[in-house]
Design a protein around this ligand. Structure first.
Ligand code: NAI
Length: 429
């Protein structure tokens, strides 16, 4: 008998298991693939490793010339980059496994199926527990396009060992843009098909446009308002489908305990509780933000509540980043989304060149920082320019603390850093 059974060992599941063990809950975790989930094995981490190799190659083949550094006969050994990516992934996966084992979490390498609830609590693959935490993640959506079964998803594209001569990307969201950026740098002819009138989903419209222009300068072709009917009409060597993900709830046995789902996602409240007492869900399976960092926090909230410590999920300050080169990052409301919600808001925008550090390190790039305020409080921030994936953490802290403009002005930023752009922009508000 366990205190807790966790289904799924991705970011939500392994974070929850670590915390549960620390809280002295006897914990069993089921994972039928590799620990670390999509993020670690076929998403966030492998893509970042390869994108870093691509960035170095961009510099080597000419991007570094304006900085006084040239390199003759620059070459991209993609197979070597993939080997390095695999080493990074296996180090991290190994780290999770040993840390879970050290903290006393039992791990079963099986597909978990919930069998019901009885006198011994919840039953999963004939093991029993008082509490259940479902972290079964998500899987790629496959749109009804003829021949879609021949297209790659994030999993197959990150396992390629050679660079295709040409690549069509269906869906100009996060995955599509990162993979377009990677393979464009590596030498593929890349065309992105996006059904909306802009790329990068809910990212700020002006920033999406700037990012698109930057990608176009590098040779990526965009087809907006595009509906692909048949994969064969694309005429490229490889096709990636990246039109979003859907929660993995089929075959879990949720019906045996009556957990409420909507459009395939487990419905959770702000405590990560489901419709059934003792059953929690965290991560992509609830279909809310589908980001690894949201999953970590949701797992913390679930375990804290399970251990009797009241904790609530706050979705108002969740940052998101697209790791193209240059990166783009955003958090909270854009002026457009605030207007749609009837929130009176104003915006301040500054070119990233206001930061001395940015100027020193980013030749010819097109960066911007936009802050959105309402009632003297920051309600959104949107940036294009390296390394805004790091700067956005400062803004997440500011928004989480619900700081007013006067408080932000009192923060001392190290100089020279790109993050100083935040203070500069606040003074321009
Ligand atoms: P996404 O939701 O970011 O983008 C999908 C895009 O496909 C949208 O722009 C949508 O308009 C478009 N689309 C949908 N159907 C289409 C069709 N039939 N033809 C053409 N375009 C179509 O989804 P994506 O990129 O697949 O990413 C999946 C999830 O993984 C997201 O939740 C994302 O947040 C997460 N992720 C996050 C990363 C990060 O934080 N850097 C990296 C990779 C994934």
């Amino acid at each position: 008998m366990y205190d807790l059974i966790i289904i799924g060992g991705g970011p939500a599941g392994y974070r929850a298991a670590e915390l549960a063990a620390r809280g002295n809950l006897k914990t069993l975790l089921f994972e039928d693939r590799s620990l670390g989930g999509v993020c670690l094995n076929e998403g966030c981490i492998p893509s970042k490793a390869l994108l870093y190799s691509a960035k170095l190659y961009d510099y080597a083949k000419g991007g570094a010339a304006s900085y006084g550094v040239t390199c003759e006969n620059a070459a991209f050994d993609y197979t070597a980059a993939v080997r390095r990516k695999d080493r990074v992934v296996s180090m991290l996966v190994g780290g999770i496994e040993s840390s879970l084992k050290k903290s006393g979490v039992e791990i079963l390498r099986e597909k978990a199926v919930i069998q019901g609830r009885g006198e011994n609590g919840f039953s999963v693959n004939s093991r029993h527990a008082t509490n259940l935490l479902i972290c079964s993640g998500s899987e790629p959506m496959m749109p009804p396009i003829a021949g879609i079964e021949t297209a790659m998803t994030n999993r197959e594209i990150l396992a390629l060992t050679e660079v295709p001569a040409s690549l069509a990307v269906i869906g100009g969201g996060v995955v599509g843009l990162e993979m377009a950026s990677l393979f464009n740098s590596a030498g593929s002819n890349v065309v992105v098909y996006e059904m909306l009138d802009k790329i990068a989903g809910s990212f700020d419209r002006e920033i999406s446009k700037m990012l698109q222009e930057d990608c176009e300068r590098k040779g990526i072709v965009f087809k907006l308002n595009a509906q692909v009917q048949n994969i064969s009409e694309l005429g490229t060597e490889k096709v990636l489908v990246s039109v979003g993900r859907k929660p993995r709830t089929e075959g879990l046995g949720l019906e045996s305990i009556g957990v409420h789902t909507e459009r395939g996602a487990i419905v959770t409240d702000e405590f990560m509780k489901t419709s059934q007492p003792g059953v929690y869900a965290a991560g992509d399976v609830n279909g809310k933000f589908m980001l690894a960092h949201t999953a970590y926090r949701e797992a913390e909230v679930a375990i804290n509540n399970m251990c009797g410590k009241k904790d609530m999920m706050d979705y108002s300050a969740i940052p998101s980043v697209i790791y193209t080169n240059p990166e783009t990052a955003g958090i909270g409301e854009t002026l457009e989304s605030a207007a749609a919600k009837g929130i009176a808001a104003s915006e301040t925008k500054l070119p990233m060149q206001y930061s001395g550090r940015y100027l020193a390190e980013n030749d010819g790039a097109n960066g911007i920082c936009k802050l959105v305020f309402s009632n003297n409080r920051l309600i959104g921030a949107h940036m294009l320019g390296n390394p805004c994936s790091e700067v956005i953490s400062t803004l997440a802290a500011v928004m989480h603390a619900r700081m007013g403009i006067d408080q932000i002005k009192k923060i001392v930023f190290p100089h020279p850093t790109v993050a100083e752009i935040v203070k500069e922009a606040v003074y321009h508000a």
